[in-house]
Structures are given as C-alpha cells and as structure tokens.
Design a protein around this ligand. Structure first.
Ligand code: RNT
Ligand code: ZN
Length: 413
C-alpha cells in the first residue's frame, strides 16, 4: 500500500490524513539532554542521587558539553519536525576554570546552550537540579536545616532568572520544572512538617517577580524513589493542591504513580481544571525505571487523550528517561519518534464518530471500529510525514547512528 491508498482508506472513515500530517508538524516535543550522559551533568563529580538511577554501561557516553551537544545534534538530525531541548541546571558550562555553586548560577553559565539553540532555532526548557549535590544528601526544599532549605530556594530563584534569559534570547517560552527527591526510606514521625516546609519554600520562590508568559513553571509529583520508599514530600495531592491554589501548571510523569494508575486517565481531568498541563513521557517497567518510550498501549492512550480533547496546544510535552544500556542516540531518536507516532495514530482516529457511538450506547460498533483501526496503515502515513519533513522513515536512521558510534562514540576516552 502507498500513501495515496492509505489516504483513501482513512478518508472512508472520515479521517483526513493530510490534515493530520500538518497538525503533527506543528507539535514541538522537548528532548531531554540527560539521556546523553546518564544524568551526570557537568557541575560536580557527585554520583547521581535523589532516588533515581541509570543502569548499564554502554560505551561512548558524552563527558563534555561539546560531546553532549554533538550527540544531541545527531539525534535531532534524525527526528522529523522542529523541537525543543530540555536542560538541567547541572549542565551549566563553566569556562576558564570558573565554577559556581547551584545557589550562584547565572545566565552566562548557559550562554553556550543559548548559542547552540539559536543556531538551530530550538527553544530551551529548564530544570533546577535538586540532586547529585552535597547539600542534597537529606531533604532540599523541605529540609529542616534552614541554611540548606534557603540554599535550594536560592537555587530555584537563580533558575527562574536563567529561564527568563532563555526565553528572552530564544523568543519562545521556557518551561521550568521543579522536581525534588525529598522523602524518607522509613516511616516518618512527621509527615506534615516537611510538607509545610516545602509549601513555604515554594511560596518564597514564587514571591520572585517573573514574566509568567515567558517562564512556565511546572510542579512534578512522585510516589517514591529508590532509598525513599516510605514517604515522598512532593506527593500528587501536595502538588495538585498547591498548583490549583496558586495558578501553577502541574506536571505528570507517567513513571510516578502506582502501577495500576494511568496518566492517560488523568489527562482529561487535568484539562478540565487547568489552562495548561505538562507531561514527562517515560516508560516505567515495574517501577520508575525510565526506559525508552515505546509505541506501547499507554503511550498511545496518553496521546489519544491529548488529541481527542483538542489539547495539543495545552499540553507541554517533554521526554524523561535515561537508559545507559543501549546506544544513547538511538534512545533519543526512538523515544521522540514513538511519541510522534503515537500522536499521529491519535490524529488518524475519527473521534467525533466514536464519541457519538459512546453517547448513543452503541458499544458494539465502538469496539469493532476501535479494533479495526489497529490494523489501519499508520505506517504509510508516518512514512509520508517523514518524507515531507525531509527524514528517512523505517530504521534507515539507525545505520547513521551506527556509523556515528563507530567513528565518534567508540573513539571517546
Ligand atoms: C525523577 C523525575 C525527574 C528527573 C529529571 C532528571 O523521578 O522524573 O523529572 O527524571 O529531572
Ligand atoms: Zn520526570
């Protein structure tokens, strides 16, 4: 089957494939820099902490800003469409032996990233880094130690200034996502105290003036982390309540819920109560393992909830995973392409008709149509989308990654 035949088939069920392709071209997804170096960053020699973990020892990981930028470039060159990049504060680029602690980071420490993004027409999203630091051995924004708590409040405020700098330089908004690892391995004596301190820290951070159209702050909740199994200060209820009360955007990471909970089911609710919401798209395997995003059922289901509710411009989408056991560039490309494929599948679905079938109680036709669609020629439309974006479809891109691995990655010391 070719594209024209596929187009005809979709047309017979009321779906316009050309319109779907045009819509997908406009979707920018934020590609996370931290897949490229196993969440190491450049600002300290501290091991990764915060209850998150990379596993694997695949050769060729980026160890310098130049290497990371080259690898991201390679990945972006193999992903159809125009996207954004997502940085952590720990990826500051210090020059001439200079170094600044997290509470003293300045826009100039990210000038290299702005240069990189400008040259490629990319937007930048940003994250304060509340882990992999000596002052993050216990709690951070919820710390009972005033000096430590203050240190991290100052860090967040530095990051707001840097986010403003990104937005100003690149002429597009900057999402600033706050995630803290604060929690406890064992049963807490006091669950309220740390949450009250987190609330106070957030109030202090948000007392800073900033342009809310340019810097979109998001709050990311979690259920537990490794070594922090019994208690998480920034739970779902905590951030949902804080976000709702203060007009801040909530962020859902689909690895941050109990395994029988689905973010796809949460998306429509959140759309009812928020102008905009944000996502970290990942793949949890039994825990928040951050495997590469596949074209699996829940990924497709999340994409459907965005598309069928006409919310492509109300959901800020970022990838968040880190697999160190495979070629890291292939991890980026696979995840980005899969999320786009999931969106395309959702765009090729006759939602109006299917919603009507649900409302009129015709569950038989609804089920059969849904099942038939599973074998419709999504691949042909995907190939056409890739062609129109000047990209190869299929796995031809992998040969380029393999070449790059042989010539560049394996030669790294
Ligand atoms: C951790 C959160 C968080 C991090 C990144 C590195 O569980 O998902 O978003 O993965 O900030
Ligand atoms: Zn996340």
């Amino acid at each position: 089957m070719n594209y024209l035949e596929a187009k005809k088939l979709y047309k017979s069920i009321g779906v316009d494939t050309d319109a779907a392709i045009e819509k997908l071209k406009k979707v920018a997804v934020s590609m996370h820099c931290w897949q490229g170096d196993d969440v190491n960053g450049f600002d300290s020699k501290e091991a990764l902490s915060g209850g998150i973990q990379t596993t694997g020892n695949y050769p060729g990981k980026a160890k310098t800003p130049d290497e990371l930028m080259a690898d991201m470039d390679k990945a972006l060159s193999l992903i159809p469409g125009k996207h954004r990049i997502n940085l952590h504060a720990s990826y500051a680029v210090f020059e001439d032996g200079e170094w600044a602690d997290r509470n003293a980071l300045l826009p100039k420490h990210f000038a290299k990233w702005v240069e990189f993004a400008k040259a490629r027409g990319l937007g930048i999203d940003f994250n304060p880094t509340f882990f992999s630091h000596e002052k993050a051995e216990g709690m951070t924004l919820a710390s009972a130690d005033e000096n430590i708590r203050k240190f991290w409040v100052d860090h967040a405020i530095c990051c707001i200034r840097i986010a403003e700098y990104f937005a100003g330089e690149l002429n597009t908004f900057c999402t600033l996502n706050i995630w803290i690892p604060d929690g406890m391995k064992d049963i807490p004596a006091d669950r309220l105290g740390p949450r009250a301190r987190l609330k106070k820290s957030l109030d202090e951070i948000f007392a800073t003036e900033f342009d809310k159209d340019k810097v979109l702050i998001t709050l990311e909740s979690k259920v537990f982390g490794i070594g922090l199994e019994s208690y998480t200060v920034g739970s779902a209820e905590f951030y949902l309540s804080y976000a709702a009360k203060n007009g801040i955007m909530p962020l859902m990471d689909n690895g941050h819920y109990h395994p029988t909970e689905y973010v796809s089911d949460k998306i429509p609710t959140m759309l009812l109560f928020n102008d905009k919401i944000a996502l970290h798209i990942t793949r949890p395997v039994r825990w928040d393992s951050d495997h590469v995003v596949l074209l699996d059922d829940e990924t497709k289901e999340m994409a459907k909830e965005i598309v069928k509710n006409d919310a492509l411009d109300r959901v800020v989408m970022a990838l968040d995973y880190f697999d160190a056991s495979i070629n890291r560039i292939s991890a980026w490309v696979t995840g980005m392409r899969n999320w786009q494929k999931a969106l395309l599948g959702a765009l090729l679905t006759p939602w109006k008709e299917m919603k009507e079938l649900q409302d009129s109680g015709n569950f038989t036709r609804l089920m059969v149509l849904g099942e038939e669609l599973k074998t419709y020629p999504l691949g042909e439309v995907w190939n056409e989308f890739c062609n129109q974006c000047g990209q190869v479809s299929g796995i031809e891109w992998l040969s380029e990654v393999e070449e790059y691995e042989k010539n560049i990655l394996l030669k790294r010391g």
